[in-house]
Design a protein around this ligand. Sequence first.
Ligand SMILES: [Zn+2]
Length: 302
Amino acid sequence: MKKVVIFFAAILILVGCSTKKENDKPVVVTTISQIADAVSVIAGDRVEVKALMGPGVDPHLYKATQGDLSKLESADVIFYSGLHLEGKMLDVFEKMQENDKTVKAISESIEEEKLLGIEMDAKLYDPHVWFDIDIWKTAVHQITDTLSEKYPEYKNEFSENEAIYFKELDDLSTYAKQRIDEIPLNQRVLVTAHDAFNYFGRSLNIEVRGLQGLSTESEYGLKDVRDVVDFLVGNNIKAVFIESSVSDKAMKAVIDGAKEKGQNVKIGGELYSDAMGKEGTEQGTYIGMYKHNVDTIVNSLK
Ligand SMILES: [Zn+2]
């Protein structure tokens, strides 16, 4: 008799546990953490969010692992950035789309005329859209729309979260503009390893020079290094910046080249370009990483 009671008690405990399972929540899987952060802000704890690409990861070169594929398989919604940012994952997204899942490129809703074209081919656009706060709001709104359509019972909640967040993003935009204005006009040049900051530059009125092109896939040559060195020396620029997801080798070559020409150039600091900081830290959020970049740039160039 006692055994039977224990048996039923065990079953009750098991049943009790399973109804409280966390994984009852819809699962949203994203590529870069910038998107995961936006999903967490909009959906709060209504969904479980997983980002495939953590700190220091370069999305241009990233290939999905076996573990990623099973995460994507079990996802209810998949968000990726698009515009060929995740250049090695396009076939994966296509395959997932066949499975009747919601798969969205968040750059899809951005008007073409707001995008920066890549020279040579007008049909290719710069994928680093998160660095223009206004454009990023359009991408975030795409997340709100997609989740509201999929989970209409939370539509109002998602909209309210978006309204609060947009106010914070507007404040961030004001802060960034005010801070960049502290840099004297003749020093307002951002030199980085790869060309991730063109939207940043356009929206905040700072000239941008990348050594490596829009994707880290393209190699830089000696001529690229020489051009940047000449530019730094010619314009008396005192600092260049490294990126958390790109090797600092190229920037070191630039600094050495400038030194040979008698100009001391320092590393102004590490910026978050395509990846954000560690989860749970301020720089692991979109607003925190943006602020970090602005402060690092301004403090080195002003
Ligand atoms: Zn990039």
